[in-house]
Design a protein around this ligand. Sequence first.
Ligand code: CO8
Length: 272
Amino acid sequence: MTDVVIEKKGHVAIVKIEHMKAMNALSTDMYAQLEEAFDEVGKMDDVYAVVLTGSSRENPKNGKVTHSFVAGADIAQMSTMTVEEGKAFGNDSNRVCWKIENFKRPVIAAINGFCLGGGCELAMSCDIRLASENALFGQPEVGLGITPGCGGTQRLARIVGLGKAKELIYTARGNYSAQDALAMGLVNYVYPLENLLDEAVKLAEEIAAQAPIAVALCKEAINVGMQTDLNSALKLEGNIFGECFATEDQKYGMAYFLDKNKEKPAKEFKNK
Ligand code: CO8
């Protein structure tokens, strides 16, 4: 991996996309690097939450510093694709985003700038999205003669509702601000750029301090439940709830609560 960097901070992994010569645009190779990064993080047994973010660069042409989460799929690569290649690209990119959506630990997108097309789709495969004040959102695909191909026609409507999703997709506007994204529920919070990563890590640490198996089971229950009828989803929840009682973390967490000793050490789950 040369364009995706992993940094570990305690129980949190930060996955940073650093391909700024193309504003972090996602080519086949970039999707593969992203997948490899999540495979790596998946092997880190003591990582309980992940932050996914972009990067910044100074434009050599004009000295302007630009910030990008991901400015979409790689238009240069897509420009010469055949139908078969387009289908393969769509399916491969969907597989990577599906993997992130179903990654065993919560993934927080820290959206630090352009979040367009495939970038917005990538962010939507994360559990929680935070944005910096300068971030810009949109699904500009129909302006390029294509449809969103990595979950945009599906996840956007599920997150922001049908009408707003259709507005974004049909107009191809790429200038929805962070405040617009907040108002439509696409992001949870907006921060000044210089605070974004710290805030994302802080949120990740707060999640990582809870019982990791219980958090992972919540993620599974929510994700699976959102795709099924309520009755089946509630049965799933009941079963998942029961599974918690096989964990040491449940015994520890409840014993910790019941222990009235004021001098007890800070709570620390074992992920067992
Ligand atoms: N693909 C390829 N290269 C890109 C992309 C991109 N999406 N975005 C930026 N770049 C390149 C530019 O070509 C430029 O390269 P060079 O320096 O060699 O000329 C470099 O990045 C810097 O870009 P700009 O000079 O344009 O920088 P500005 O600050 O002037 O503008 C923008 C930044 C607004 C982000 C502008 O670059 C832009 O509009 N980019 C394209 C945004 C876009 O349309 N994204 C959607 C792409 S379509 C898509 O994502 C479909 C997803 C389908 C699912 C995934 C697979 C199936």
